[in-house]
Design a protein around this ligand. Structure first.
Ligand code: AMP
Length: 522
């Protein structure tokens, strides 16, 4: 029997296909019938263009209803969907194109010339992909080409290419400690296991309406949010991006909202935000970064809703969640989802009792199938008995909930987006006049953490913060560019020759760089 994820979703469509599945901010509405037709059109277009099962489709576009349908079309056709953050710059893209070797690339019209130049540059290294465009209004050459394609994607059942559960559905790039992004391989079964569990855990109701303000290139916005709603056959209100006023304007038409912690602090900053704006709401869910206990408390005081915090990652989707029908505890991420095993272990791999801090390890059908073309890194990230080593530090609370207390890897999470210091350090070290650098995350009232660079200059170099940042802006996506640069004579090193990042993070000058008592920039 085919385990194509599209079949599972299609079975959950409401009997009346004319019902709205998605409403855009413009007011444009798309029915479940439109969804079925449009995904069929895209799928037949790819098939006719010679893109076949297992081929990668690399997509770097702005958020739009069509971008979501494009993702579902790839899954339906058995193609491997590879979404990329539109903020990625040329050298980041070059690496990803070479690594993913896509058969087709869909990009923004404004990026077409650059994308074509890049694929020409890679000729000989990878087969040339077919390139088409899609903009935030759903227009572009992909749409033009598909308008001429009849929606007759006729594989069965439901017109989806037969797939095994172990067939790859998606490659999601996640930055690595080595500084190079790794493609997490997610199969049809990985995604299905997670969204079925979420649909049950969050008690999705036929009357639910999801207000969606998350980006579409990350597991959170794409799968946790959209696919859980689709599993319920319910409506999504789609905002192009998070904006506190726009969210407030639409909340009264929704029942569920999902966000990263920064969204919640921004809503709280809005003076009119309160009980009235939330009158139709059932659930506010937070994930992708730690939610501060203070935000949880302020939100509950202001709205009456205790935010439901859950814990997850690209490699596994959601792992644990606070309950819908039970106490939600600030500073904890709840209990494992059905079908997920979670353990906390010491450095020798011994399972630790309640209250002791160790690394979180997980196992379950939701856990990814490995890193794309990286067998060594894949092998290193799993234990002999098949648990994935998350790199997060956690502790079981006496009530059986998990608390995430830190990370064994020195990842920075800024506004819900992950930044791996190594990647930024490599970019800084290439700049003329830099001797060495260390990148850390420090507390930031809005972003949770901010990226900060500590840089030692070469003797005689007259590099300034402005010129260094200007050069980094050329090389890195905006969210990865440090918010401050501090110059030092030399970096501190421990006995092992390593820069002690925890010591840097605790140094007051850096730690308080964004504290409200102190201006962010001189
Ligand atoms: P990503 O792969 O981008 O989803 O990032 C995954 C990482 O985000 C995890 O390994 C954790 O370090 C962090 N994370 C996600 N959710 C939470 C949470 N609720 N509390 C603390 N850290 C979290």
């Amino acid at each position: 029997m085919s385990e194509n994820l599209y079949n599972l979703l299609r079975e959950r469509f409401p009997p009346d296909l004319a019902r709205t599945f998605l409403e855009a901010e413009t007011g444009a509405a798309y029915s479940f019938h439109d969804l079925d037709q449009q995904t069929s059109r895209y799928a037949s277009f790819f098939t006719r263009a010679g893109v076949s099962k297992g081929d990668r489709v690399l997509v770097q576009v702005e958020k739009s209803p069509q971008a979501l349908m494009l993702c579902l079309a790839c899954i339906r056709a058995g193609l491997i969907y590879v979404p990329l953050n539109p903020a990625y710059r040329r050298n980041e893209l070059r690496y990803l194109l070479a690594d993913a070797e896509p058969a087709a690339v869909i990009c923004r019209p404004a990026a077409l010339a650059d994308m074509q130049a890049l694929t020409r540059e890679l000729e000989g290294e990878i087969p040339s992909p077919r390139v088409a465009t899609l903009d935030e209004r759903g227009e572009g050459t992909l749409t033009d080409l598909c308008d001429d394609t009849p929606p007759i994607f006729d594989k069965t059942p439901y017109g989806a290419t037969p797939c095994a559960g172990s067939d790859v559905a998606v490659l999601l790039y996640t930055s690595g400690t080595t500084g190079r992004p790794k493609g997490a391989i997610l199969t049809h079964r990985n995604l299905a296991a997670n969204i079925v569990a979420l649909h049950d855990t969050w008690r999705w109701r036929p009357t639910d309406v999801l207000l969606h303000a998350l980006p579409l290139y990350h597991y959170h916005g794409l799968f946790i949010a959209c696919l859980t709603a689709l599993m319920g056959g319910t409506k999504i209100i789609f905002l192009p991006k998070f904006d506190a006023a726009a969210v407030m304007a639409r909340l009264a038409q929704a029942t569920v909202f999902m966000g990263v912690p920064t969204y919640y602090t921004r809503l709280l900053e809005h003076p009119q935000f309160g009980r009235d704006a939330c009158r139709t709401m059932r659930l506010f869910i937070s994930g992708s970064a730690p939610l501060r206990a203070q935000t949880f408390r302020e939100f509950e005081e202001r709205t009456g809703f205790p935010i439901l915090e859950r814990y997850g990652m690209t490699e596994a989707g959601v792992i644990t969640s606070n309950p819908v029908d039970g106490p939600r505890l600030a500073g904890t991420v709840g209990t494992p989802l059905p079908g997920v095993s979670v353990r906390v272990v010491d450095e020798a791999g011994n399972v630790l009792p309640t209250g002791e801090v160790g690394e979180v390890e997980i196992k379950g059908e939701n856990v990814f199938a490995g890193y794309w073309r990286k067998p060594d890194e894949t092998a290193e990230s799993f234990t002999a008995d098949g648990f994935f080593k998350t790199g997060d530090l956690g502790r079981w609370e006496p009530n059986g909930y998990l608390a995430i207390v830190g990370r064994s890897k020195d990842l920075v999470i800024t506004g819900g987006l992950n930044v791996y210091p190594k990647e930024i350090e490599l970019a800084i070290d290439q700049i003329e006049g830099v001797a060495e650098s260390a990148v850390i995350g420090v507390p930031h009232p809005d972003f949770g953490e901010a990226v900060v660079a500590v840089v030692a200059r070469k003797p005689g170099a007259n590099l300034t913060e402005e010129s260094l940042l200007a050069q980094l802006q050329e090389a890195l996506a905006n969210y990865k560019v440090p918010k401050r640069v501090f110059f030092v004579d030399e970096l501190p090193r421990n006995a092992m020759g390593k820069v002690p990042k925890n010591l840097l993070r605790s140094q007051l000058e850096y730690a308080a760089a964004f504290s409200p008592a102190r201006p962010a920039r001189p």
